[in-house]
Design a binder for this molecule. Structure first.
Ligand code: FE2
Ligand code: FE2
Length: 277
């Protein structure tokens, strides 16, 4: 098998300019896979359209939820909240043949393989606190005072959990169980919307935003679970960094005002494994 494992995230297809870019995403070979690391969009129907489009083109598509898919947006006819919404998104992916964190982890057998590709949904728990604060309450208060409050506070409902951190911790427990059961002889590519380690958030323009970006509980997953690469998005700061010798790839497209500033036509698909043909 030839081909490459590509990744992209934060397609935010509510913007026409971004839909045009998604329209142009194409594999290089018939064997290419595409990881879509969350924030496709907010509306159920638009997430479905974009994922269908990509599924028609790539041999395998692997999706993880971003915070935007989990919003219950007032203009969405699909009014599901919290875990029910996530379950419905998983059901949608099953209908159209897209893999999710609820499926058996696929094994990439192309160049650089065999490698387990593990899509993860872990959310966040406010442990990436604002500088100088030591509790969630204090950290949130600081964010409200600075006027830097993630829309998740209004639209990402944790039902049936009491709060988003409880949902996060339930996901962490379940995901730990899944990862512990993987073949220890195989390396992994870990895929999540939120970074597994805090360091990538150090460059955020507003440090108060970090509390919506991950959890300390995943800080050693890339080491413990044999990652050759960790793929994430959410920060809208596409770049490559290394943590404990593991390559971390932030693969976001982001909003038109963000990629427009960088100049030129964005080429958001990042090659994670494989070689240019
Ligand atoms: Fe995003
Ligand atoms: Fe996000």
């Amino acid at each position: 098998m030839t081909g490459s494992l590509f990744a992209v995230s934060d397609l935010h297809v509510s913007y026409a300019e971004n839909r045009r870019i998604v329209d142009g995403l194409r594999p290089e070979t018939d064997d290419d896979w595409l990881i879509v690391a969350g924030d496709v969009g907010e509306l159920f129907g638009s997430v479905e359209r974009a994922l269908r489009q990509l599924r028609d083109r790539f041999a395998t598509v692997v999706w993880v939820p971003g915070n935007h898919e989990l919003w219950t947006h007032p203009s969405d006819p699909v009014t599901l909240r919290g875990r029910d919404r996530y379950d419905a998104l998983v059901g949608l992916c099953r209908d159209i043949g897209v893999l999710t964190p609820e499926d058996d982890y696929p094994v990439w057998l192309g160049e650089g393989g065999p490698v387990i590709v593990a899509p993860l949904f872990q959310l966040y728990d406010y442990s990436f606190r604002a500088p100088g604060t030591s509790t969630k309450e204090e950290s949130l208060r600081r964010a409200y005072k600075a006027g830097v409050v993630c829309t998740d506070e209004m639209m990402l409902h944790p039902d049936p959990y009491p709060d988003r951190e409880s949902w996060c911790w339930a996901r962490i427990a379940e995901t730990e169980r899944r990862l512990a059961a993987t073949d220890p002889a195989l390396p992994t590519v870990l895929v999540s919307h939120w970074p597994l380690v805090r360091e990538p958030t150090d460059v955020l323009w507003y440090p108060e935003f970090a509390q919506w970006c991950g959890t300390d509980r995943t800080a050693d997953w890339h080491v413990r679970h044999r990652a050759v690469a960790a793929v994430y998005g959410h920060l809208h700061i596409p770049r490559t960094t290394h943590h404990d010798g593991v390559r971390f790839e932030e693969v976001s497209l982001g909003y038109p005002r963000e990629w427009g500033r960088r100049g030129g036509e964005p080429r958001p698909m990042r090659r994670i494994l494989g070689a240019a043909s």
